[in-house]
Ligand binder design. Structure first.
Ligand code: AMP
Ligand code: MG
Length: 484
């Protein structure tokens, strides 16, 4: 394939020792057909696809013909899945290379659903089209909500069936990430007990993601602190918009702090801290309200891997690592409070802020109010279920809130601006996502493209946005599946 697309590969990960990866090509597919191509993302990567025919794009994004200078690999990693340690690795994905933009930003380009690898275990190495489209929709929605995330460049239909509970159409997603290095990557290397390999990985990660600590005195301690900070910021974003990741296994936690691996994730409609969508999460381990707790748990697994390099004295190392991990709660609480203040337009700090916030959340929970739409209502947006907000307790709460709003010379101008920068008017509503997937499978791409368009500007009033704001009614239960 000619290089007029402007691929600019420099594949550093594939130059690491062999134990980090398997060299492998995507397994070709029968009859690929491009379904979605993300032109905005392509542009920001300085990639040019506009002169390429659809059939060539289908060949490219199915992995049937790799670009020059790509060097495809499957990455090795391990992970705690629902608390149990397992050796994993890319069982249905290949990293085709690291692309450098004009400004030398480095991005992994990965095909997901591209066939068996050495890490496939009993899987077929494939993905169904529906879940790949779903990852495209949700990851792009997250990006537009200003949340760190991997992104989606393209989806193709493979023209082959994949067998799950039923027979489904196959699909391949092109995923773009700052990197695919996970907590599980560290776990994989640490489990091998070879200090030189671990040191290599640590240095690689610092060079790639945290150059600012390259020269610091105890870089490994600083690395742990940096990753902890990034993960706190990330989970606060999730809590802000009501995102439930659904499979926060350590292999699904990116060291770069991006949301990664959109499997059974979904957005909460009615506010309920115990919200779980995933059919396999029977215990609610990854419920909405557990996400910060699990983030901390995963970070502790990360810290364990780093122990040999934190201090020569193991006891000291454990003490230091624990101290950092235990700083989680205080930092989280502080940033969560600030995030909630922003959602309510509050300026400055007041000792009663926390109870004001909790009172609202409790009211929402008890009255089955929609999380996103309640904040829309507070911003003066007209939404369909407005009747709920005539409730007496809510009106009393609102009076207290309004008094607090005026604190520190706050003005409508200021608080409106603040609230509108953090409260989305629209999120990917589960029933709309499902409907758009169903229609896409029937070759009607209108609903998915309309949804993607609305989700590009979640903080902006848009024509007919009201059609995208309705939640599922409270007696409809939404469930998600891993889609493997
Ligand atoms: P995930 O739930 O997508 O994070 O996947 C967990 C692990 O299972 C990863 O190692 C995946 O590569 C692997 N996996 C998931 N689905 C498949 C599949 N269909 N074939 C092979 N490996 C898979
Ligand atoms: Mg995964």
């Amino acid at each position: 394939m000619k290089n007029n697309i402007n691929w600019n590969f420099d594949n550093t990960y594939s130059r690491l020792p062999e134990i980090f990866r398997e060299n492998i090509k995507p397994v070709s597919v029968k009859n690929p057909e491009l379904i979605l191509l993300n032109e905005n993302l392509a542009k920001s990567l300085n990639l040019e696809f506009s002169n390429i025919s659809k059939s060539k794009l289908s060949t490219l994004f199915s992995g049937n013909k790799l670009p020059e200078k790509s060097n495809s690999i499957a990455q090795a990693y391990a992970g705690h899945q629902f608390g149990h340690f397992t050796m994993l690795g890319d069982g249905r994905a290949v990293l085709i290379g690291e692309h450098l933009t004009k400004t030398k930003d480095r991005y992994d380009i990965q095909f997901k659903g591209s066939g068996k690898t050495a890490f496939s275990r009993n899987g077929d190495g494939r993905a169904a089209l529906g879940p790949m489209l779903r990852e495209y929709i949700i990851s792009e929605a997250m990006y537009n909500l200003k949340i760190p995330t991997t992104r989606s460049l393209a989806v193709v239909k493979t023209g082959e069936d994949v067998i799950r509970e039923t027979t489904l159409e196959g699909g391949i997603l092109t995923r773009v990430a700052s990197s695919h290095i996970r907590v599980g990557t560290f776990q994989y290397i640490a489990a091998r007990n070879k200090k030189d390999e671990l040191e290599l990985l640590i240095n690689y990660v610092i060079k790639r993601h945290y150059q600012e600590i390259e020269k610091s005195k105890n870089k490994v301690v600083d690395l742990l602190k940096k990753v902890l900070d990034k993960q706190i910021d990330l989970v606060i974003h999730w809590m802000r918009v009501g995102f439930v990741h659904g499979v926060m296994n350590t292999d699904n936690m990116s060291i770069a702090g991006e949301t990664i691996d959109y499997g059974p994730c979904a957005f909460m409609d009615i506010y309920d801290p115990k919200t779980v969508f995933s059919s396999i999460d029977k215990m609610g381990r990854y419920a909405y309200c557990n996400q910060p707790v699990i983030t901390k748990w995963n970070l502790a697994r990360f810290a364990e891997c780093l122990i040999p390099f934190i201090d020569r004295d193991q006891n000291k190392a454990v003490e230091l690592a624990s101290e950092i991990i235990n700083s989680f709660e205080k930092k989280y609480e502080k940033r969560w409070l600030q995030m909630m203040r922003d959602k309510l337009g509050l300026v400055g700090e007041n000792e009663k802020d926390k109870s004001l916030i909790i009172d609202l959340l409790t009211w929402m929970h008890q009255n089955k109010a929609d999380y996103t739409n309640t904040f829309c209502h507070l911003m003066g947006e007209k939404i369909k279920e407005d009747k709920k907000y005539k409730n007496k307790d809510f009106i009393i709460w609102k009076e207290t809130w309004k008094k607090r709003l005026l604190y520190k010379n706050n003005t409508p101008n200021k608080f409106n601006k603040l609230m509108r920068s953090v409260n989305p008017l629209v999120i990917p509503r589960n029933h709309l996502v499902e409907n758009s997937l169903k229609e896409t499978e029937r070759n009607n791409l209108k609903p998915i493209n309309r949804l993607l368009k609305i989700l590009k500007k979640p903080y902006t009033r848009q024509e007919s946005i009201i059609n995208f704001q309705r939640p599922l009614s409270s007696n409809e239960k939404y469930q998600t599946f891993c889609g493997t």
